[in-house]
Write a protein that binds this ligand. Structure first.
Ligand code: PEP
Length: 257
């Protein structure tokens, strides 16, 4: 059996200024031990404007907490007003970037083709893309959640080699469970995440499928994470609201094993 290191990633969304960001990361650093952070990878994903401050704190105190961004440009540089490139994020020490979060697919009309280009941009800058996939309520009610999610998976990974796919983290986030307080049951999450791993085995080969970490996201809290982590194919969580509270996110990381 392959041992995949658990990952707990906190998506702050559009919350916290750079001073609040420093305060939150300082609290996390105070309460998480090095041993815990060696066992469970913990990352925060602040808004772009906070990343430099988080970098200074993490570097200065040699923290084992990782950090990253919530979006990345598909382009390398040039006339793309308002965008942030992979090279810029890499220079700031970002380890991760979420790509294709449902809020970006929904409010910024991000297509699978654009998401795929962003996954490639992240890999090209040695940043781990966290490829977000998952169905809305209408799709789930029609019983098409597995095929819908697998199509997003295939679209996001199009043209990558198995060696590249091994560097990707996938996050299954049913849209109806994000920010709603409605968590998928651990069995519902495992159904789709198991199907994601089976699809990876089919398209990339068994060893790649066993190496890829797949997270669950959608109203994860300290109170429900253990049952989610107990599922065989779930390797961690992408956490929104609960990652803004230092005590709650600390508990989540500790429960990540
Ligand atoms: C998310 O933003 O990826 C998320 C899962 O949010 P929440 O935990 O608040 O549902």
């Amino acid at each position: 059996d392959v041992k995949r290191r658990p990952l707990m990633a906190g998506n702050w969304k559009m919350n916290l200024n750079h001073l609040e960001a420093i305060a939150l990361v300082q609290k996390l650093a105070f309460s998480l031990t090095e041993k815990q952070l060696e066992e469970v990878e913990a990352a925060v994903l602040p808004p772009f404007t906070d990343i430099r401050s988080v970098q200074t704190l993490v570097d200065g105190d040699r923290l084992l907490i990782k950090y990253g961004a919530q979006d990345i440009s598909a382009h390398a540089s040039g006339a793309y007003t308002g965008e942030i490139s992979g090279a810029m994020l890499a220079k700031l020490g970002c380890s991760f970037v979420t790509v294709g979060h449902s809020e970006r697919r929904q409010y910024h009309a991000e297509s699978d083709a654009l998401v795929n280009a962003k996954v490639k941009a992240a890999l090209g800058s040695d940043i781990t893309p966290i490829l977000c996939v998952g169905e809305g309520l209408d799709i789930r009610e029609k019983g098409e959640h597995v095929e819908y999610t697998l199509a997003q998976l295939d679209g996001g990974l199009a043209g990558l080699t198995p060696a590249q796919v091994e560097k990707v983290v996938v996050a299954y986030e049913p849209v109806w469970a994000i920010g709603t307080g409605k968590t998928a049951t651990p069995e519902d999450a495992q159904e789709v995440i198991g199907a994601i791993r089976a699809q990876l085995a089919k398209t990339q080969g068994e060893s790649t499928a066993q190496a890829v970490r797949v997270l669950y996201g959608g109203s994860v809290k300290a109170g429900n994470v253990a049952a989610i982590m107990a599922q065989p194919d779930i390797d961690g969580a992408l956490v929104g609201g609960a990652s803004l509270d230092a005590d709650e996110f600390t508990r989540l990381v500790r429960l990540g094993l």
